[in-house]
Design a protein around this ligand. Structure first.
Ligand SMILES: [Zn+2]
Length: 230
């Protein structure tokens, strides 16, 4: 029995997203994932990737999307909505969206004709993994002809150390995966070697997603097990 994704894949490959029956030339050449625990500077990496593009081609060449529910403020005095903020103090304007497929609607709008690279932040916060798989398929096979680079960014595991399903999928289909690390906030007082790869969470909530920065703790494997799983 074919997997659901294969059915979607064939439908859109041969019928075309707009029902035109026309295949489009694939221009996308780089599908990247930046994954790691909280406070591992994933947003810094994303902004660093896009800064040279903006410098050479202008702001209109890139778009960054983020889930609307992520209203965290990492830079004092800045609004959380409409921006991606890094912990080193940089920021980029972002488009808040409710569903992964909102990216397609934006890329098909007249103002997005020059976009060559897009980034999607906090991928793990979206509630719809199937929608994200469809988005990825459209970006790969039905993307705007100018689009060359897609970067997905998010936490790889939840507070229990279990993979976020959509991140596992994206890390498999990516052409490049970068895993970011941080300093363990439980055992590592000096910044010599970063080896925090997990995210612990304080409190008693069992919800997989809890918006906010304060409850989360970047930890090494040993401290994650010792302080958060035992
Ligand atoms: Zn530790």
């Amino acid at each position: 029995m074919a997997a659901p994704f294969q059915v979607v894949h064939r439908k859109y490959l041969f019928e075309g997203y707009n029902g035109t029956g026309k295949r489009r030339t694939m221009t996308i050449s780089s599908i990247e994932v930046i994954a790691g625990p909280m406070r591992s500077r994933k947003s810094d990496e994303l902004i660093l990737c896009f800064e040279p593009i903006v410098t050479l081609m202008g702001q209109n060449a890139v778009r960054v999307f983020k889930p609307r529910k992520d209203s965290r403020v990492l830079l004092p005095g800045q609004a959380g909505m409409g921006t991606v903020q890094s912990r080193r103090g940089t920021k980029m304007s972002a488009i808040d969206i409710d569903h992964p497929l909102d990216v397609l609607a934006h890329l098909r709008s007249p103002g997005a004709q020059d976009v060559v690279a897009i980034g999607i932040e906090e991928v793990h916060l979206f509630d719809d993994p199937e929608g994200f798989e469809r988005l990825h398929h459209h970006l790969t096979y039905e993307c705007p002809p100018t689009l060359q680079r897609v970067i997905y960014c998010g936490c790889d595991t939840n507070f229990k150390g279990e993979p976020f399903r959509i991140m596992g999928y994206l890390m498999c289909v990516a052409t490049l995966v970068k895993k970011t690390k941080s300093l363990c906030e439980r055992c590592q007082p000096t910044p010599v070697v970063e080896h925090a790869t997990r995210t612990g969470r304080m409190g008693h909530s069992t919800e997989e997603i809890q918006i906010g920065d304060a409850p989360y703790v970047a930890t090494c494997l040993g401290c994650h097990h010792k302080f958060f799983l035992s």
